[in-house]
Design a protein around this ligand. Structure first.
Ligand code: DC
Length: 211
């Protein structure tokens, strides 16, 4: 069983890269951000508060990994709520346990998030820290929204990216940071294909060492 851990800030391209890697190697993929989003959506749907740790923990314990779908969890309000409940240790404990169980699937897994290489899977065979400048990440998100035919405000998106970074990197429990043994991949000036090829070289090198 092989685990590949992919961490990085919001909109750095982790999701696309993780899906491509999982497909290329025939591994199972878990976007762990969706577990926080699903917990947040369950609270919002039930009209429950976002600042009650015991209530949020109960929702986290009920999240089903099999049914996670980004298209129903992508709303901005859900992302904001997810980032708030992600600071709660009891919520993280519940979700991390489910994520670790997933990471042990055969023949291998790709997990992406903020704390995979540092907390969830510290023994992962390969750790990547995927990043890009806040300007590039905001522009990518802007292009994605406009590409979908909606109206977007670059300045507001840029502001949001910076705020999300501060919250993810500044929290006390499992803040976003590269693991000491992570390979850094700055995709600011890279195409999706170039990022995939760079990741593939690192993974292939690590797999050869493991055999
Ligand atoms: O990647 P995303 O936007 O779907 O993540 C939503 C929120 O969940 C994000 O603000 C931080 C949190 N998160 C986390 O704390 N740990 C993870 N492993 C994944 C996401």
């Amino acid at each position: 069983m092989i685990t590949i851990a992919i961490d990085g800030p919001a909109a750095a391209g982790k999701g696309t890269l993780s899906r491509q890697i999982a497909e290329a190697y025939g591994f199972h993929h878990l976007d762990t951000g969706l577990t926080y989003r699903a917990t947040a959506k369950a609270l919002l749907d039930a009209g429950l508060p976002l600042d009650d740790e015991a209530v949020a923990e109960r929702m986290a314990l009920e999240v089903e990994l099999a049914g996670l779908d980004r298209s129903v969890l992508s709303a901005h309000a859900i992302g904001e709520a997810a980032s708030k409940i992600a600071v709660m240790p009891a919520v993280r404990r519940a979700l991390v346990e489910a994520q670790r169980a997933f990471s042990r699937k055969e023949p291998g897994t790709v997990l992406d998030g903020r704390d995979i290489g540092t907390v969830v899977c510290p023994d992962a065979a390969v750790k990547l820290y995927v990043t890009a400048s806040p300007e590039v990440r905001a522009k990518r998100r802007y292009d994605e929204i406009v590409g979908n035919g909606a109206v977007a405000d670059y300045a507001a998106i840029f502001d949001d990216v910076k705020k999300r970074d501060e919250r993810d990197m500044g929290r006390a429990d499992s803040p976003l940071r590269p693991a000491d043994d992570a390979h850094l991949l700055d995709t600011s000036e890279m195409s999706i294909e170039a990022a995939f090829q760079a990741a593939k070289s690192l993974i292939d090198a690590a797999l050869i060492k493991k055999i």
